[in-house]
Design a protein around this ligand. Structure first.
Ligand SMILES: [Fe+2]
Ligand SMILES: [Fe+2]
Length: 222
């Protein structure tokens, strides 16, 4: 479990004194044991990536512990809650209500835990599909969700490789969140094609966004 004694001080949108223990304890009764184990695993990986990427560990930790708090809410209820929160729903959202567990979680947390920090809410909302653009906290949480230890190795190994591609020749360099995001998007897309599932247009936009970033960086080096 990541260090949780660090308290939030003077971070916009974070209630004073909130701790990771509180976020963890708030989520636990809302999910099954299996889901909670996944959430704790995401928090652990997220903390490690945050450290290596120089991203705020408290914001990452809060988003990790809260990201799947609505994952076990039924699709129909997610759609109802999303509409009650005033979220705009696409046709795909209405067919695949489970895709709303991130956005609905973000709205629930804002209302119940009074967390209004933009990065934390974005990370929770975007953890399933990503977004264009994404802040660093959101990238770390997205990747931690992909890299949590129960995920298959043929999915996680290439993402880890991409993440540490910058660190191979210089351990003091930050990990490469953008390259890891690109690989995660590519693998998710090919998995969806392999199993014949529909692809959300946002997944394609997010993939192309990170492809552009990675290509630009590679061109500037070569
Ligand atoms: Fe999720
Ligand atoms: Fe998750």
């Amino acid at each position: 479990m990541p260090k949780t004694k660090e308290k939030a001080k003077k971070i916009p949108g974070i209630p004073s004194g909130i701790t990771l223990e509180e976020a963890r304890a708030w989520t636990q009764p809302r999910v099954s044991k299996k889901r909670f184990d996944h959430i704790c695993g995401v928090a652990q990986v997220g903390d490690m990536i945050a450290k290596k990427a120089g991203v705020n560990r408290l914001l990452v930790g809060l988003a990790c512990y809260l990201h799947d708090c609505c994952k076990e809410v039924k699709d129909k209820e997610l759609i109802e809650r999303a509409l009650a929160f005033g979220l705009e729903l696409s046709a795909i959202d209405r067919i695949n209500g489970h895709l709303l567990h991130g956005p609905v979680a973000a709205m629930t947390i804002k209302q119940e835990l009074k967390i209004s920090n933009k990065e934390v809410l974005a990370a929770i909302s975007e953890h399933t599909l990503g977004n264009v653009p994404m802040c660093e906290v959101s990238k770390v949480v997205f990747l931690a969700d992909c890299l949590e230890e129960s995920r298959p190795k043929d999915f996680t190994d290439p993402i880890w490789q991409g993440l540490f591609s910058t660190v191979a020749d210089d351990p003091n360099k930050k990990v490469n969140l953008d390259k890891a995001m690109l690989i995660a998007c590519d693998l998710s897309l090919s998995n969806l094609i392999d199993v014949g599932k529909p692809i959300h247009p946002k997944t394609v936009d997010v993939r192309n966004h990170f492809l552009g970033i990675v290509r630009t960086v590679e061109k500037s080096i070569n």
